[in-house]
Design a protein around this ligand. Structure first.
Ligand code: MTE
Ligand code: MO
Length: 198
């Protein structure tokens, strides 16, 4: 039996609310499979390629001109740290994909620097994913994916590609960097889908 603190009404919640096998961290670890690419906003471009090969492009100014949202979400890294109530600002994939005609089932996300990750297109829609460009009220640090990163907080954080540069939509699922290396193709932290076959 634990001791109950009657006055504890803050937003910080207990470790029991974490997905299985996760621990709480208050700092913000950096996890990068390679060096941090220096991406200048003047050169930044985000490209969506549909299954028919049609391309839709946004530059930095057109991203910033889109309606943005403040997002407060818990994030869960497969290396077992979770961080609660992280605060971001960005543009939803619903907004970005609104005029993109597609019936694709899958997306392969790619980053400046060569990182890739795959997920079902449905997991990018319905208020589940954003291209984020601010963290905690400031431009995202380069090491955390600035100038812009994908944010898909309901899946393990490796799906949230830093330095995001585009999506390729497809009818079949191509695996990304960690998924090819044996990590789970979907990665639901609540089902503890860490590795292929979990
Ligand atoms: N481009 C790119 N995106 C990436 C990664 C990476 O190595 N390269 N690592 C992933 C992993 S494993 C995690 S946990 C998060 C870490 O984000 P952070 O460094 O901001 O904590 O980014 C994900 N996105
Ligand atoms: Mo991770």
């Amino acid at each position: 039996m634990g001791i109950v603190s009657p006055g504890f009404t803050g937003r910080r919640r207990s470790a029991e609310e974490l997905p299985p096998g996760q621990y709480l961290t208050h700092d913000f670890p950096v996890l990068s499979a390679g060096p941090t690419p220096q991406v200048r906003t003047e050169h930044w471009e985000f490209t969506v390629t549909t299954e028919s090969g049609e391309k839709h492009k946004w530059d930095w100014a057109s991203l910033l001109a889109m309606p943005s949202e403040e997002i407060t979400k818990d994030i869960h890294c497969v290396t077992r740290w979770s961080k609660l109530q992280t605060e971001w600002q960005g543009v939803s994939l619903d907004a970005l994909l609104a005029d993109v005609e597609t019936s694709a089932d899958f997306a392969l996300v790619s980053s400046y620097g060569g990182y890739t990750t795959n997920l079902p297109l449905d997991d990018l829609l319905d208020g589940q994913a954003w291209i984020a460009y601010e963290y905690d009220g400031e431009p995202i640090d380069p090491e955390h994916g600035g100038p812009a990163r994908l944010l898909v907080p309901h899946l393990y954080f490796w799906k949230s590609a830093k330095w995001v540069r585009g999506l390729v939509l497809s009818d079949s699922e191509d695996l990304g960097f960690w998924e090819t290396a044996g990590y789970h193709e979907y990665g639901d932290p609540w089902k503890e889908q860490r590795y292929a076959g979990d």
